[in-house]
Design a protein around this ligand. Structure first.
Ligand code: PLP
Length: 377
């Protein structure tokens, strides 16, 4: 099997699965209970929070666990709009965000909010100047992702934060770093974003657990889930202890020699570009600034057919984002590429386990597809 879809989700290292099973079997106590087995799980959650916060570069108290990246994104939007309800009802985001941002924005429009969706260049880029031009006195929220999940473009988050500060904008700044966390080095305390979303299953952790960083500008956020007062009263619900432990273990494993891992992934990406662009007609789509995501297109060959043929060859890649399989990707559509190019886009994404053999297998299967199937568009 050649798994090249780490941006969709990652395999779980044995040590993560073992830690989760240990917690399920041996540490079943409720972290909110006052007796010793409750205290033990409480300590476990506290330690896990310190581990994830340490990797993110923030204080443990600034990090709330959520059920996924999608929840973190939804919460960030809600928290910002609540805090800035007297500032206005204008939101700036991009046309290439994940649906976890775009869908809440669509709903908010129906409630009277105004949403500016910045359009990318043909290479998928979004600039600070675009954000600056769109900024208004009534802008309550700016939400720009750190790494695009389909093209691997890295957006200038630090520069946007600085611009917002220089302009003395009241807007709160959120970044969806689900594809950036432990892929593109950053420290929350230096980045300048007020809120940062992350998710465990993109870095070797389990599905169903994410986190949201709430920086110093977010004062008394309205609780996402009012209830028993967990997560500092901000998001109630008994903590998902095994998921949290798995998240922390995955972070610990990734942090070990992280720079080497990222360097290896970047080398693999470059090797993949070299191998794949040797296939006639094939073009690279977007900038692939991040070390782990590479989008390419066989113009005229429908991407779903490519994915199916590669699947038969034991090579797993995605046609655009795995979150909306089957439908044309809004990201590629927003880039304004020729129809033939956008219809043939596939995404390869890598993890620390990926090898050159995986890339070779993908290149071989793609070449076979190109040589034996006819373009349909
Ligand atoms: N944001 C981005 C950029 C993503 O790539 C994803 C998942 O693909 C999400 C948000 C959603 O994360 P989750 O699957 O944890 O809800």
């Amino acid at each position: 099997m050649h798994y090249l879809d780490h941006a969709a989700t990652t395999p779980i290292p044995e040590a993560v699965a073992e830690e989760m099973c240990r917690v399920l079997r041996e540490e079943f106590g409720n972290p909110n209970s006052q007796y010793s087995i409750g205290r033990r799980t409480r300590d476990l959650v506290a330690q896990a929070r310190r581990t994830v916060a340490g990797a993110l570069g923030c204080e443990a108290e600034q990090l709330s666990f959520t059920s996924c990246g999608t929840e973190s994104d939804n919460w960030a939007i809600e928290a910002a709009l609540w805090q800035n309800r007297h500032v206005g009802r204008h939101i700036i985001t991009t046309a290439v965000e994940h649906n976890a941002i775009l869908e809440p924005c669509r709903w908010l429009e129906q409630e009277g909010y105004e949403v500016t969706r910045l359009r990318p260049g043909q290479d998928g880029s979004i600039t600070v100047e675009q954000v600056e031009e769109a900024l208004r006195p009534d802008t309550a929220l700016v939400s720009i992702m750190m790494v695009n999940n389909e093209t691997g473009n890295v957006y200038p988050i630090h520069d946007i934060a600085r611009m917002l500060q220089e302009k003395k904008s009241a807007a709160l700044f959120h970044t969806d770093a689900v594809q950036g966390f432990l892929k593109v080095p950053f420290q929350a305390r230096e980045l300048g974003a007020d809120m940062i979303s992350v998710s465990a299953h993109k870095i070797g952790g389990p599905k169903g657990i994410g986190a949201l960083y709430l920086g110093p500008k977010i004062r008394n956020p309205r609780p996402l889930l009012p209830g028993g007062g967990q997560e500092g009263g901000r998001r109630s619900g008994t903590e998902a202890t095994a998921q949290i432990a798995g998240f922390a273990k995955a972070v610990e494993l990734r942090m070990d020699h992280l720079a080497d891992k990222l360097e290896r992934m970047a080398q693999l990406r470059d090797y993949a570009v070299e191998q794949l662009t040797a296939i006639p007609d094939l073009v690279v789509v977007g900038r692939s600034d991040a070390p782990h995501i590479l989008a390419v297109s066989l113009p005229g060959w429908p991407s779903q057919n490519i994915v199916n043929d590669l699947d038969q060859a034991g090579v797993f890649v995605s046609a655009g984002s795995a979150c909306h399989q089957g439908k044309p990707s809004h990201v590629v559509a927003a880039m304004g590429l020729p129809k033939k190019v956008s219809a043939g886009v596939i995404r390869l994404s890598f993890g620390p386990e990926t090898t050159r053999e995986d890339i070779d297998a993908a290149a071989q299967a793609l070449r076979q597809h190109h040589d034996t199937r006819f373009p349909m568009l």
